[in-house]
Design a protein around this ligand. Structure first.
Ligand code: NAD
Ligand code: ZN
Ligand code: ZN
Length: 329
């Protein structure tokens, strides 16, 4: 039973048709929290009544990637086996007799869903599901991009391109990691107040300048930031984020999802000088360990997830939620 779900921009990419491997009709949604209503044969890690978060990157624990301590990418994920059904290639959803597809094993824009055991994590029973649903994707992705993927060091300088739910979570991760300067970049200046509340020390609107944003950031910091994060999903801002970090020791993390078929062209000298360009999925942590730990850290008040919540709507108004997202609210 799904009790609460967030809206991530990735769900909007699905609706906009940006992914070639999504079959319609489909129930999207991948940032949820719920309660196990019943389990199938052989399921041992959860039982009815358990509070859980569905995992958009599963964690089977058995495959070669799961057994590699460095990896959080399970071979049972949709990136290795794109399909919009259950693992047995059937659907559990129908509407008026017609089959509806699943999305990322999860389909959280529903009151009830069926999920494989390896794509669900049991969490602390004290967790408020209407808050910790954000740990299902946006928060964990942003926070983990800073602490796991970039491994931000104390005293460092960071720049975050894009201040949606995910980018704001990167700011929270940079702050917890001890960054001394956190530069928030967005073309929507209405995002700056929340960014500052969460730990940004400077805010930059690229539209306020004639020169490219990477030049602005390089001038502000001397030689570029130590860590930059692209949390928008555009090819041009991905290159701008790369060019904004220190030419020799800078690390740039790609978090945003570009539309399928997008290509990037960039001057190879940007990387030749020593910069590191990395990507992250769900913040780089092994999901069945990382997600329950983040829920516990939230309950211990290590970060304030509640600040990310701008609106609460009943599921019947999910399309209004998308309108708010597209309006930058
Ligand atoms: P969002 O739409 O809420 O936020 C994007 C922000 O970028 C907005 O504030 C927008 O004003 C800003 N922006 C747009 N164009 C810009 C530009 N040219 N320069 C500066 N800012 C600009 O999205 P979100 O839910 O925070 O998701 C962000 C991205 O992360 C999406 O592409 C999403 O698909 C992706 N994502 C990736 C993962 C992962 O595992 N890697 C997980 C979740 C989301
Ligand atoms: Zn997401
Ligand atoms: Zn696996």
């Amino acid at each position: 039973q799904i009790v609460a779900t967030g809206i991530c921009r990735t769900d909007d990419h699905v609706l906009e048709g940006h992914f070639v491997d999504v079959d319609f009709p489909v129930i999207p949604g991948h940032e949820g929290a719920g309660i196990v209503e019943s389990v199938g044969e052989g399921v041992t890690s959860v039982k009815p009544g358990d509070k859980v978060i569905p995992l958009c990157i599963p964690h089977c624990g058995q495959c070669s990637f799961c057994r590699n301590p460095e990896s959080n990418f399970c071979l049972k994920s949709h990136f290795s086996e794109p399909q919009n059904l259950m693992p047995d290639k059937t659907s559990r959803f129908t509407c008026k007799g017609k089959q509806i597809h699943h999305y990322l094993w999860l389909s959280t824009f529903a009151e009830y869903t069926v999920i494989p055991e390896y794509a669900v994590a049991k969490i602390d029973p004290a967790a408020p599901l209407d808050k910790v649903c954000l740990i299902g994707c946006g928060f964990s992705t942003g926070y983990g991009a800073a602490v796991n993927t970039a491994k931000v060091k104390p005293g460092s300088t960071c720049a975050i391109f894009g201040l949606g739910g995910v980018g704001l979570s990167v700011i929270m991760g940079c702050k917890v990691a001890g960054a001394s300067r956190i530069i928030a970049v967005d073309i929507n200046k209405d995002k700056f107040a929340k960014a500052k509340e969460l730990g940004a020390t400077d805010c930059v609107n690229p539209r306020d300048f004639q020169k490219p944003v990477e030049e602005v950031l390089t001038e502000m910091t001397g030689h570029g930031v130590d860590y930059s994060f692209e949390v928008i999903g555009h090819a041009d801002t991905m290159v701008a984020a790369l060019a904004s970090c220190n030419m020799n020791t800078g690390v740039c993390v790609m978090v945003g999802v570009a539309p399928a078929g997008s290509m990037i062209s960039f001057d190879p000298v940007l990387v030749l000088c020593g910069r590191t360009w990395k990507g992250t999925l769900l913040g780089g942590g092994k999901a069945r360990d990382f997600i329950p730990k983040l829920v516990s850290s939230y309950l211990e008040k290590k970060f304030d997830l509640d600040l990310l919540i701008t609106h609460m709507l009943p599921i019947a108004k999910v399309n209004e939620g998308f309108e708010l997202l597209r309006a930058g609210k």
